[in-house]
Design a binder for this molecule. Structure first.
Ligand SMILES: C[S@@+](CC[C@H](N)C(=O)[O-])C[C@H]1O[C@@H](n2cnc3c(N)ncnc32)[C@H](O)[C@@H]1O
Length: 363
């Protein structure tokens, strides 16, 4: 048996059809393959991610490392460059990928994505709708949670963001995901036009004004269905909670934030890190009541104290969202598309080489 038949060490990533595994799973294991992204950590703990390309090298001011040395290696190997500098090589985790992928808008941080999946009770096979898509960070976690047999319909009002998200999703799953559909337009208009009333198990919103979507959410969400909101500011949190209470078709909302503080671990110097990401966003969860019932928390039900004038103040700038130029968005979309295209071309070339007698696959 040739080496490549034995460990698929230069071949393409086996797909779902060949392995019967969930989408993207086969790409997460086995020896490193051409076209894959690999995270290198040097002796000082500095990390860099490279895309394995036969015949090329990773250069630093301390020499170079041939990619061919890594292709076919077992994940977790330590390799040396031409001047004996060592590098530890691992596949980037989802949390590494979302923080380094092309982006146009702020992404949902991994700590919050974990909370959304668990507290939103996103399960394999669930029918989920999501907006906005932004750069697709949360879409990736949601797709992993619903799995190939689930359904995720993501809505995004800006086409450039949708393009960035598509590129990122296809990069991490190695192609289009069978459970994913993305639609352009405002969630509140599109979801009711495209999804049947009461047909959705879970709704996840990460956007400026979730209260504008209340009626649409109440229409598509099944009784008992969970609605998760992720907002950046206390003012958005309060406005959304008051709207949900006043509407009466949902349970009393629960809200919280999560903070993750890293720790320094060195000999006896074991203590919290000096720096942390102190704020990302607030989470709120509520559930759809059955039609025709009245929620139990009537005595707490307060009249919303937001006037039309108040509402006009909720602009992206007012809540601290950085304006992103169209130029930057187009560049990020091009980066996302070219990352996935490079991966596809490499895969295609590798396939062709493996199928040609005497090609690299036979060596
Ligand atoms: C913070 S970003 C979402 C980030 C995304 N969850 C991620 O993890 O990458 C907010 C997005 O919501 C979109 N958006 C805001 N209101 C919307 C609406 N009513 N319908 C659809 N998209 C909306 C914006 O264009 C923006 O892309």
């Amino acid at each position: 048996m040739s080496q490549s038949e034995n460990n698929n060490n230069t071949g393409t990533t086996p797909g779902t059809a060949e392995t019967g595994e969930p989408h993207g799973a086969a790409a997460r294991r086995g020896p490193f393959r051409s076209g894959e992204r690999v995270q290198l950590t040097d002796e000082r703990g500095r990390m860099n991610t490279i895309t394995l390309t036969p015949g090329t090298a990773y250069h630093t001011h301390k020499g170079f490392l041939n990619h061919d040395l890594l292709i076919g290696q077992v994940e977790g190997s330590v390799v040396e460059n031409n001047v004996e500098q060592q590098y530890q090589a691992l596949r980037p985790l989802l949390s590494d990928f979302v923080l380094s992928m092309p982006r146009g808008a702020a992404v949902v941080y991994p700590k919050d994505a974990g909370q959304i999946i668990t507290m939103g009770d996103i399960y394999p096979g669930a029918r989920v709708v999501e907006a906005g898509v932004g750069s697709g960070a949360l879409s990736i976690s949601l797709l992993r949670a619903v799995g190939d047999s689930g359904y995720l319909h993501s809505f995004e009002r800006r086409e450039e963001f949708a393009d960035i998200a598509r590129g990122n999703v296809e990069t991490i799953f190695g192609g289009p995901h069978p459970a994913w559909k993305i639609s352009l337009g405002d969630f509140q208009d599109q979801v009711v036009a495209q999804e049947a009333p009461g047909s959705i198990d879970r709704v996840v919103l990460d956007m400026l004004a979730p209260w504008e979507c209340l009626d649409a959410v109440a229409t598509v969400l099944a009784p008992g269905g969970v609605w998760v909101n992720y907002v950046a500011t206390v003012t958005q949190l309060s406005r959304t909670a008051e709207a949900i209470r006043a509407d009466g078709r949902f349970t009393e909302p629960d809200a919280w934030e999560s903070m993750v503080r890293g720790w320094h671990l060195e000999g006896l110097a074991v203590r919290p890190d000096h720096r942390m990401v102190a704020h990302t966003g607030f989470l709120m969860v509520t559930r759809r009541l059955a039609d025709g019932v009245t929620g139990l928390n009537l005595k707490k039900k307060a009249k919303a104290e937001f006037s039309d004038e108040d509402l006009s103040h909720w602009t992206p700038e007012a809540v601290g969202e950085r304006a992103v130029s169209d130029r930057k968005l187009r560049r990020a979309a091009r980066d996302a598309a070219s990352t996935v295209q490079t991966k596809r071309t490499k895969s295609k070339n590798e396939n062709a080489a493996t199928e040609t007698p005497g090609g690299p696959g036979d060596q």
